[in-house]
Design a protein around this ligand. Structure first.
Ligand SMILES: [Zn+2]
Length: 414
């Protein structure tokens, strides 16, 4: 008799629980139908490089199933706008970083051309809304890592002309003008104490041209310096909360408060290692980051920055881009209001982007910064010095000159 009662109770509980879950999912989908979900960081372009050497002609994004991202998953996940990362590894620094980055920009444009019924190239806050109206995924470009501009403001401006709308100040390496997050772990030496003078020029030029400043991957000093000097709000395109998982890629509470003050945004990363500081994580662990950021700084600074296809481990329940509605449902279950959800889905990013555009328009008429980085700060064997002083031999030859001298002396001695 008791067993029979137990079974009925269990069935009733399961039924109530499931129908409650269904209700939240339904409510999530309703919200996602009226507000675009904008994700700050996806590395599908890097997958195109590493799996196919950017030979998009060999790929069918409707059928590709080895990645977190494909067209059916995008549709199921109601992914309305995506900043696609034009990422190239730090190994390319001082080598072919600019060429490789241009090729990643090219592959993103090609994705849009190849699937015009799915993707709509976007370069403004209004473009995101227009794509949403047309039921397409607004496709924006973010360059991930300051090494990609090779210490050149001209290259930064040219990338803007090509449609790039954010630059992550560093990836996981120092540039000749900014320190990266590894400095805070002690595994890399601090070189600039944050930003160099040229680093500040980069920030102000980004303000002037209307490029979003992305602080994911930088050292804490850089975060604070940029928050001090930027004329526009900043973004963290894919970082989570440090208080929940003490990883230096995450954002500490005091910085969350400063981001709030500046009306910026932190787009939560789903990578297990940043979510739980362990190899395993689940959807509820990710929601804990959303809750924490909301508790510390309010829902007006939160966004989604999944980092799909850029990481090897993703949480249970958030296996690919089709799962965003489940995370929204989880937030609803945690009593987030519909307005708070709409903020996190896309309204916050749209606000930040519009403000960045407003600052650009306000600075319209100011001249481009054409003061180059000091030559001594970019001495490396693969950089020539044309334009600096009188044209002479290349830096390459100069920097090898002492070595050549020593070798020739040695050969005379032997
Ligand atoms: Zn990253």
């Amino acid at each position: 008799m008791m067993d029979w009662v137990k079974t009925v109770c269990l069935v009733l509980w399961a039924f109530t629980f499931n129908s409650e879950a269904d209700d939240f999912k339904e409510q999530a989908l309703k919200l996602m139908a009226d507000t675009p979900l904008i994700d700050g960081h996806n590395d599908l372009p890097w997958q195109m490089r590493s799996l196919f050497n950017n030979q998009l002609n060999m790929v069918d994004l409707n059928k590709l199933n080895t990645t977190h991202t494909n067209i059916p998953k995008i549709k199921e996940g109601h992914l309305s706008a995506q900043f696609w990362a034009a990422y190239v590894p730090c190994d390319t620094q001082y080598k072919d970083a600019v060429r490789q980055t241009l090729e990643q920009i090219d592959v993103i444009h090609r994705m849009c051309h190849e699937y015009p019924e799915v993707f709509k190239f976007a370069a403004s806050s209004q473009d995101i809304l227009d794509a949403f109206e047309q039921n397409k995924t607004a496709s924006l470009i973010g360059v991930e890592g300051g090494h990609s501009i090779d210490s050149s403001l001209g290259t930064l401006r040219t990338m803007y002309q090509l449609g790039v709308r954010y630059l992550t100040i560093t990836h996981s390496c120092n540039t000749p003008w900014a320190d990266n997050w590894l400095v805070d772990t002690g595994s890399e030496p601090e070189v600039h104490g944050g930003l160099s003078e040229f680093g500040k020029q980069v920030i102000w030029e980004m303000n002037r041209i209307g490029m979003l400043i992305d602080l994911s991957h930088v050292s804490e000093k850089v975060m604070n310096q940029v928050l001090d000097i930027s004329k526009a709000p900043v973004i963290f395109s894919h970082s989570s909360a440090y208080s929940i998982c003490n990883h230096k890629r995450n954002v500490p509470d005091d910085v969350l408060l400063r981001v709030k003050e500046k009306r910026g945004i932190v787009m939560v990363n789903f990578y297990n290692d940043y979510v739980t500081c362990k190899q395993a994580a689940n959807i509820s662990d990710v929601a804990d980051h959303f809750d924490h950021i909301k508790k510390v700084a309010g829902s007006s600074i939160i966004g989604f920055g999944g980092d799909y296809d850029g990481v090897t481990r993703v949480p249970e329940g958030l296996e690919d881009v089709s799962k965003y509605p489940d995370l929204v449902a989880e937030l609803l279950r945690r009593k987030w209001s519909e307005d708070e959800i709409r903020d996190a889905l896309g309204r916050n990013l749209l606000r930040v982007f519009s403000k960045v555009e407003e600052v650009r328009d306000h600075l319209n008429g100011t001249k481009p910064d054409d003061i180059p980085i000091p030559l001594k700060e970019v001495q490396n064997p693969c950089r020539t010095d044309f334009g600096y002083e009188a044209k002479s031999s290349s830096t390459c030859i100069k920097s090898f000159y002492p070595l050549v001298l020593v070798l020739s002396l040695l050969s005379k001695l032997l």
